[in-house]
Design a binder for this molecule. Sequence first.
Ligand code: ATP
Ligand code: MG
Length: 209
Amino acid sequence: SRSAGDTGRRVRLGVMGGTFDPIHHGHLVAASEVAAVFDLDEVVFVPTGQPWQKSSRDVSPAEHRYLMTVIATASNPRFTVSRVDIDRPGLTYTIDTLRDLRAARPDAELFFITGADAMAQILSWKDIDELWSLAHFVGVTRPGHVLHDLGRKDVSLLEVPAMAISSTDCRDRVAEDQPVWYLVPDGVVQYIAKYGLYRSALPGATESQ
Ligand code: ATP
Ligand code: MG
């Protein structure tokens, strides 16, 4: 017979990378749906350091993005947040994220969760061949983007509830004094207001990636 700590299978760990500037309900529902469908034990949210795709715009300080991610995930016992990317100097590459998580959790089977827009760029990612060896990839649907079938066994595609929300849109709304209630968790609405985030966004300075 097996105890709770000896289930006879490896821990299944989802990895949700993102800039999370700010984290919104599109991120959360995607992680929740993948966790349910793939029977994950935990999903670790990993806010990027300086994302290599986004050097062209100013990203909010990592500590703000980290804390908003902690606030947004705190109520879910299976959601955690990792500092590996924000504590590593330099640009963030997914290969480094997965290497660090693999080192920290050598017993875990990794499932990297990515939205359709990021999935479309995946073949251009650094060290793509090693990426496949480190994690199973789960591409999720996202309104306004086509989810491409890469034709690989180690990539799964999953339809998740459609949330037409982007961080870019949330930032623009705050800059224009429009509400972000119900687009982001309540605590994140209050955090944005408390620290005056996104109020000084300049036109053209907020392109999405
Ligand atoms: P930005 O507009 O600043 O690029 P974003 O909303 O795209 O922000 P990111 O932090 O860039 O958010 O995304 C992190 C991950 O979450 C990516 O894999 C992205 O595809 C996915 N994602 C973001 N929003 C959604 C959504 N509404 N539905 C499904 N996946 C999403
Ligand atoms: Mg994005």
